[in-house]
Design a protein around this ligand. Structure first.
Ligand SMILES: [Zn+2]
Length: 294
């Protein structure tokens, strides 16, 4: 009996190891996400990044690298597990990038917080109850996030920054990916505030589709603060109007087009050598004007 049990376990492990990962992701993650057909999810060909959430779920990633790519863009969504539409928009954009890569090396992480998403009732935080968007290493993290959480949010459990910067595997993975991939732009998709936020050293986009620029400020421990302000890698934060419904196909396409137009305007093409080097290096970003950020 014992031997038989062991054999079953082995077979189960084997099946997981050899099955197409997209199928697994599509049945488990994306069945929860609005406006994503199984075909769209399968076509995304998501792969395990190697990183796992607190509860051991793989964080999935997809790279699209056309031969003529001259810039690197990282798209991350559903950092907050209850923002279901964000993962969907990432998958729709991934489909558009597959059809028309626009000389960009894309890296998509449609669900950074799978544990929050996969709860019976999805929630914002990860499985430790941490708001991942307050867990990034910004100056005076211990002091600043504590003051902010206690005084500004009145200890809102939905905004707990965690015990220390990068204490959470999901935030640590994104941090590592930013270091490895060295993107010129990060697009972070959220909901439901219906606006566009921006942190970084270049001219911000004024609109993406129906979303208009409305810079909401800098928060201790946030991705925008860490990447855009501290590291100088622009972060475009897309706040969709609804966490449960995606914009229309036409709206998603218009947002996608506006993103390209903005990138064409503010990003210098990487030369071949820089494009090959994925670590470190000077950011090839041309500041066009003084940033509007206070
Ligand atoms: Zn959010």
């Amino acid at each position: 009996m014992h031997i038989r049990f062991k054999r079953l376990s082995f077979e189960a492990t084997l099946v997981i190891a050899v099955s197409p990962f997209g199928a697994w992701a599509c049945s488990d993650f994306y069945a929860k996400v609005p406006n994503v057909s199984e075909a769209l999810c399968q076509a995304a060909q998501l792969r395990p990044s190697g990183a796992r959430s607190v509860q051991g779920r793989p964080i999935l990633v997809r790279d699209l690298r056309p031969l003529d790519a001259h810039r690197r863009v990282l798209v991350v969504a559903t950092m907050h597990g209850d923002e279901l539409s964000a993962a969907s928009v990432a998958l729709h954009w991934l489909q558009m990038a597959q059809a028309e890569p626009v000389q960009t090396h894309w890296r998509f992480i449609p669900v950074l917080n799978p544990d929050g998403l996969m709860r019976a009732k999805p929630w914002r935080m990860n499985a430790h109850g941490v708001d991942l968007n307050r867990n990034f290493p910004t100056p005076q993290w211990q002091r600043e996030t504590k003051i902010y959480w206690e005084k500004r949010t009145l200890k809102d459990p939905r905004r707990w920054p965690g015990p220390s910067p990068l204490s959470e595997p999901e935030a640590k993975y994104l941090f590592d990916e930013i270091v490895r991939f060295d993107p010129q732009v990060i697009v972070s998709i959220h909901a439901p505030y219906a606006l566009l936020d921006f942190d970084g050293p270049v001219m911000p986009p004024t609109r993406l589709g129906r979303l208009y620029l409305d810079q909401v400020g800098v928060f201790p421990g946030s991705l925008g603060n860490f990447s855009g302000v501290q590291r100088g890698i622009p972060v475009v934060t897309v706040e969709l109007p609804s966490a449960l419904r995606t914009p229309s196909d036409a709206d998603m396409r218009k947002m996608w087009r506006d993103l390209q137009t903005w990138m064409d305007k503010v990003l210098a093409p990487l030369d071949q050598d820089t494009q090959q080097a994925s670590l470190g290096g000077v950011l090839p970003v041309i500041p066009k004007q003084t940033p509007a950020k206070p």
